[in-house]
Ligand binder design. Structure first.
Ligand code: HMG
Ligand code: MG
Length: 305
């Protein structure tokens, strides 16, 4: 299998990143952060969630954020929607793309969205039907694809079954999530061909968290299997509040550094992503975990002194 020559990068920082910050981030800061990311050439910037504000108070201002961001032509701004209530809130601010989310682990799904996997698929059936009738694009997430934080087994076949169920509902793109960052390349090389037998490769994305430092190795393995869409977060922000021990997504800077150095195009300006990361790090008041970001900031500090 030939590695793709071009990759689509889906930015998760404003949603997967900020949902996991302890302090509430001001709405204005979120808007400025998303606008900076939009200017970098990223084709997808996941903007926020329309979930229960009791579950994720960090993103309770989703409607204000979505309404105020500058929608750059050609850029997609998906938002997470768990049910019809979320869909109605998203439609009220004219969202053009939603993302529904479930998992391959029953225990995780129960903690995260208080449904069984089967119930989540039934809930999304109505959501996706409305979204399609309204002309929206739909992403679908399968979390805990390489392991659950609650000790239950996650065989690859379960991941395929859930991904196929989401594709059958009408999801345009399915993102396979290593929510707690436990996956290794051999698992990726086993799972992706199984998925690709049921779902066209161009509809599959991989969503790696870098909790154990394996995210880039997994990207390399997935590229070799023909995957050309990857989720990542500015500066490596993030985690999932319902997955104990989860840390951030693979840093967007780490992903871009690897891809660009390998001659794989993304259309994204790495320095502009860094500027967005620098801005949010200052606002959050803590360091970011992306290695490429940290190295490039240190290099620039030395050359400026
Ligand atoms: P529930 O408590 O079973 O829901 O939660 P409910 O229908 O019984 O409603 C309870 C209350 O919430 C009601 O309000 C509803 O109106 C309200 P009350 O009457 O008590 O005042 N409510 C809502 N309010 C606003 N927007 C809504 C909404 N829905 C209900 N959409 C529910 C079920 C799914 C709602 C909840 O568990 C939830 O919102 N969970 C979201 C959890 C979440 O966002 N997790 C993080 C995202 S997943 C992730 O990060 C993984 C990913 O990155 C991929 C990877 O890494 O693998 C995507
Ligand atoms: Mg995630």
């Amino acid at each position: 299998m030939q590695r793709p020559k071009r990759v689509t990068v889906a930015e998760m920082g404003p949603r997967d990143g900020l949902q996991n910050e302890h302090e509430l981030v001001p709405t204005e800061t979120k808007i400025a952060f998303i606008d900076m990311l939009s200017e970098s050439g990223l084709p997808i910037v996941e903007a926020t969630s329309f979930v229960s504000p009791k579950a994720i108070p960090q993103l309770a201002d989703g409607a204000e954020v979505y309404a105020a961001i500058r929608k750059r032509p050609g850029v997609r701004y998906p938002v997470l929607v768990p049910n019809m209530r979320g869909y109605e809130r998203a439609r009220a601010v004219d969202v053009r793309e939603i993302a529904v989310f479930t998992a391959a682990s029953e225990r995780f799904t129960e903690r995260n969205i208080r449904m069984s996997i089967a119930e989540s698929i039934e809930t999304f059936r109505e959501v996706v039907r409305h979204a399609k009738a309204d002309g929206l694009r739909v992403r679908g997430y399968v979390s805990t694809a390489f392991g659950s934080p609650f000790g239950d087994e996650v065989p690859p076949k379960n991941v395929v079954d859930v991904a196929v169920a989401l594709a059958d509902l009408g999801c345009d793109e399915i993102s396979i999530g290593d929510t707690i960052g436990v996956g290794v390349p051999s698992q990726v090389e086993e799972l992706v061909p199984m998925l690709a037998r049921r779902i066209p490769l161009e509809r599959l994305a991989m969503h790696f968290h870098d909790t154990r430092g394996t995210a880039l190795a997994n990207v390399y393995a997935a590229l070799g299997c023909g995957i050309s869409i990857f989720d990542s977060s500015s500066g490596g922000l993030g985690g999932c509040p319902y997955a104990p021990g989860a840390t951030g997504n693979l840093g967007t800077e780490d992903l871009l550094y690897l891809l660009h150095a390998m001659g794989i195009e993304t259309g994204v300006d790495l320095d502009r992503v860094r500027a967005a990361s620098r801005f949010i790090a200052r606002e959050l008041g803590h360091a970011l975990t992306s290695k490429a970001y940290t190295a490039m900031e240190a290099r620039d500090a030395i050359s400026a002194s």
